[in-house]
Design a protein around this ligand. Structure first.
Ligand code: HEM
Length: 428
């Protein structure tokens, strides 16, 4: 019942033979093999999701991109009143026991909006994330990185330091908090909010959401009496101007989305990417010998071991045929980025990490940041942080190595959760 969340997410595996639950532990154990197998079954695989709702898993690179830019697929299911399936977002909120008046902060985000709301929300924040603005931030990202790398030895115990705790998290959280305008003393709190929300433990999530919303209200309240040159102040101005460009709820949700999306994912790009480089000495050598390779290397690391493996659901707003399969109005679709990014129809030797891989098309030849209208707002920032982090870590500590055998590390520290690919710790 709402208000009494269970200790763990329920498992609904195996209720519909032939229709895999897309969150099945077997798939999560080895997602590259598991979702790869589904991809070879079809471009669209009929599966089950959460409390056994049907979902189409979109698996192949070209089809993922095609559907992601097709306006007939929408992100906000409440725009489909005829849909009989329960809104999965409502299911999650019920499961986590989040009170109704709090739920809206999680449900109505830029990512779950469609035009014209999406266009309005995206326009408000996109100016802060253009390639040019991000380039201007580079010296600051480099300085923060240098400072964190300087301090690494101080965190070592018996010569071993955890990169996740002392580098991969602090770098992006510092950068996004500076950009949004969250003061230094509040940043550990945000680290905790992120950890609670991604724990997928219903009780922790249920307790965190109200605390986080209250905190954001407090920060907004303080900032509105002394506006600064930061994104938070820009959002406050947008809320207060006559154009009605942003509601109070949308502002809270936007702050929450930017700070959480801005650090959780990037932290895992840094730790997954470092692990990949340390376990591929030939690729690591290429990169240390030619730092000019860094931008390409980050694209390839995003493809090969990107932190987001599946996206937000989309819904068909009308009957649509996709890759020869009939999708009906109201059907839910989920994109398997892990399957698409390793699709042999698009990449030669997809399982091989190759930092010199030549893109087949645009430079960013993967869907790790999504595609189309909802393409990651922070992609330029995340890529830049990756470039600076990998480049400086390898240059500063050329002897850096894993403190555990790779297999043992995967066994102990890999978090096997639906949709994400990340490490609890990375002892070096
Ligand atoms: C959207 C991945 C970093 C903010 C997305 C999407 C993906 C993604 C896959 C599209 C989801 C979908 O279509 O359902 C990543 C990865 C990152 C990263 C892998 C790091 C390696 C960031 C950063 C920010 C950010 C640093 C900081 C602002 C957003 C926002 C959206 C988004 C606001 C929603 C955009 C929209 O709906 O128009 N991200 N992201 N992300 N990302 Fe990122």
């Amino acid at each position: 019942a709402p208000g009494t969340p269970p200790d763990a997410l329920p498992s609904y595996v195996g209720l519909h033979p032939g229709e895999p639950n897309v969150m099945e532990p077997e798939l999560l154990n080895d997602p590259y093999a598991g979702y790869g197998k589904l991809r070879e079954q079809g471009a669209l695989v009929r599966g089950r999701f959460l409390d056994d709702s049907p979902v189409w898993l979109v698996t192949r690179f070209d089809v993922v991109r095609e559907v992601m830019r097709d306006p007939r697929f929408i992100n906000n299911p409440s725009r489909l009143p005829g849909r009989t399936e329960k809104d999965p977002r409502a299911q999650l909120i019920e499961l986590f026991g989040i009170p109704d008046h709090m739920a809206r902060y999680l449900v109505d985000t830029i990512l779950t909006s469609d035009p014209p709301d999406h266009t309005r929300l995206r326009r408000l924040v996109s100016r802060a994330f253009t390639a040019r603005r991000i380039q201007d931030l580079r010296p600051r990202v480099e300085a923060i990185t240098d400072e964190l790398l300087d301090r690494l030895p101080a965190h070592a115990q018996d010569g071993v330091v955890d990169l996740v705790e002392h580098f991969a998290y602090p770098l992006p959280i510092t950068v996004i908090c500076e950009l949004v305008g969250i003061d230094e003393e509040d940043r550990p709190l945000w680290r905790q909010f992120g950890a609670d929300l991604t724990s997928l433990e219903p009780k922790r999530i249920g307790a965190t959401v109200p605390a986080m919303v209250e905190h954001i209200h407090k920060v907004i309240g303080e900032r509105q009496s002394a506006l600064r040159d930061d994104l938070l102040s820009a959002l406050i101005r947008a809320r207060d101007d006559d154009g009605g460009r942003l509601s109070e709820t949308e502002m809270v949700t936007m702050v929450l989305t930017l700070v959480l999306a801005g650090h959780e994912t990037t932290a895992h790009l840094i730790s997954n990417g470092t692990l990949a480089l340390l376990t591929h000495p030939d690729q690591r050598r290429l990169l240390t010998e030619d730092p000019g390779l860094l931008p390409r290397a980050v694209h390839e690391l995003m493809r090969w071991c990107g932190p987001i493996q599946a996206t937000q659901l989309r819904y068909a707003s009308e009957d649509v045929e996709v890759a020869g399969t009939q999708v009906h109005k109201g059907d839910a679709l989920m994109f398997s980025l892990v399957a698409a990014n390793h699709d042999p129809r698009h990449y030669t030797e997809p399982e091989k990490l190759d930092l010199t891989r030549q893109p087949a098309g645009r430079a960013e030849d993967h869907v790790g940041f999504g595609h189309g209208m909802h393409y990651c707002l922070g992609a330029s920032l995340a890529r830049q942080e990756g470039e600076v982090a990998f480049g400086k870590l390898l240059a500063r500590y050329p002897e850096v190595a894993l403190a555990l055998p790779h297999e043992q590390l995967e066994e102990q520290e890999r978090i096997r959760q639906p949709g994400s690919w990340r490490l609890r710790r990375l002892p070096l």
